[in-house]
Design a protein around this ligand. Structure first.
Ligand code: NI
Length: 212
């Protein structure tokens, strides 16, 4: 997969030292591992269509999660399956149409889930090519804090925290933005944003009309 190719969080291919082919070869193994950890025997994981800009669910208010049950585990399973299939390094619940405060990610160091995450600390600055599975095939050089620390809960409701520099810091910030209706295009300059929105509208119109 392209954990090294941040699509939704998506970064440029090859920058992270692992070829995407290796990653793709890995993803079956990872999916199997996840099944062993998380799956419900009576139900296999499902790949959901990823919601694309300007789908309003990407802008909607998300619900804080207060029930840590089997349904939440299934939602996390589905997010992982959809993320690895894309492939991407992170995926937030609104991106599969579920307005809940949850994301999954794997930057190549193993899968992790954060429920009700919040960024509690950032520092430094890092410019990097960033894209999003919900704004497909577009990448921009975006500056954000390099380091981020986020607190939240695991699927059992235990308090957890993740932090890191560069790619980890970027994924935490990008995914948590999705949980407050944020999209990567808001991180662009006014001129870049205007151009990006015009291009995206055109792409959506072409898609509707079946133009190549
Ligand atoms: Ni994204």
């Amino acid at each position: 997969m392209e954990r090294y190719f941040f699509r939704c969080c998506r970064f440029a291919a090859g920058r992270w030292g692992h070829g995407s082919a290796d990653g793709l070869a890995d993803s079956d193994g990872i999916a199997q591992y996840l099944r062993s950890l998380l799956a419900v025997p009576s139900r296999s994981m499902a790949i959901f269509p990823i919601r694309i800009y300007p789908d309003p669910v990407l802008r909607s208010e998300v619900e804080k999660i207060d029930v840590f049950d089997e349904d939440l585990r299934r939602l996390a399973d589905d997010l992982f399956e959809t993320m690895y299939d894309a492939p991407g390094v992170g995926l937030a619940a609104p991106q599969i149409g579920i307005a809940k405060r949850l994301f999954v990610a794997d930057i190549g160091e193993g899968p992790f889930v954060m429920v009700n995450p919040e960024i509690v600390e950032t520092s430094g600055e890092w410019t990097f090519e960033e894209g999003c599975l919900s704004v497909p095939d577009r990448f921009w050089e975006i500056s954000r804090p390099s380091f981020a620390r986020a607190t939240g809960f695991d699927l059992d409701g235990n308090a957890i925290e993740y932090s890191g520099d560069e790619l980890m810091g970027r994924v935490l910030q990008h995914e948590i933005d999705h949980l407050s209706g944020g999209l990567v295009i808001e991180r662009l300059s006014k001129a870049e944003r205007k151009q990006a929105i015009a291009e995206l509208r055109e792409a959506v119109a072409d898609d509707r009309l079946g133009r190549p």
